[in-house]
Design a binder for this molecule. Structure first.
Ligand SMILES: [Zn+2]
Length: 171
């Protein structure tokens, strides 16, 4: 335990605090760490602001299902996914897990769950608004672009599982 930082109760630095913020809000952070974060947030205005913003975002997510999801909600999204390009890469995909399926292939900001969730919020918001105001569906498609980071990450996960499953059946 000695080699792990901050298990003994030293105060957290700001980067350490921000790093644990998402888990802290999710309630998945271990108790001791969670307490340290709480104490840091109490004393640090900067981190508290960050915390409040993230918390608001999460709060927004929770209030979203006020609008029932419109029928065929997923069609423009699915249509925007470059399945063709994905299939065209079939031959490359056969050799082990290709680079583009490694998580590190996507820039960290895309993999960041804040970016992904913000994208989903933006997309769902646009689609819901489009539907509520009876705007042309093209507006919803524009909004669906917000889903791209989330879709990319999800697609990568699916791709990775497919490749690994394929290898398992071949060998
Ligand atoms: Zn701080």
């Amino acid at each position: 335990m000695k080699d792990r930082k901050n298990t003994e109760g030293q105060p957290l630095s700001c980067p350490e605090c921000l790093e644990g913020l998402q888990e802290y809000l999710d309630g998945t952070l271990e108790k001791q760490r969670s307490l340290l974060l709480f104490l840091h947030l109490r004393d640090c205005t900067e981190c508290r602001r960050e915390h409040d913003q993230l918390k608001n975002l999460y709060g927004m997510l929770q209030t979203l299902p006020d609008h029932p999801v419109p029928e065929h909600f997923d069609e423009p999204i699915l249509a925007s996914i470059p399945y063709e390009a994905y299939r065209a890469m079939e031959p490359i995909r056969r050799e082990r897990v290709p680079v583009y399926l490694e998580e590190e292939f996507l820039p960290a900001w895309i993999r960041s769950s804040v970016v992904r969730w913000s994208g989903i919020v933006a997309a769902v918001g646009t689609v819901a608004t489009t539907w509520a105001l009876q705007l042309p569906p093209t507006v919803a498609i524009v909004g669906a672009v917000g889903l791209v980071p989330a879709v990319l990450v999800a697609l990568q996960g699916v791709g990775r599982r497919m490749v690994l499953a394929e290898q398992r059946t071949e060998s």
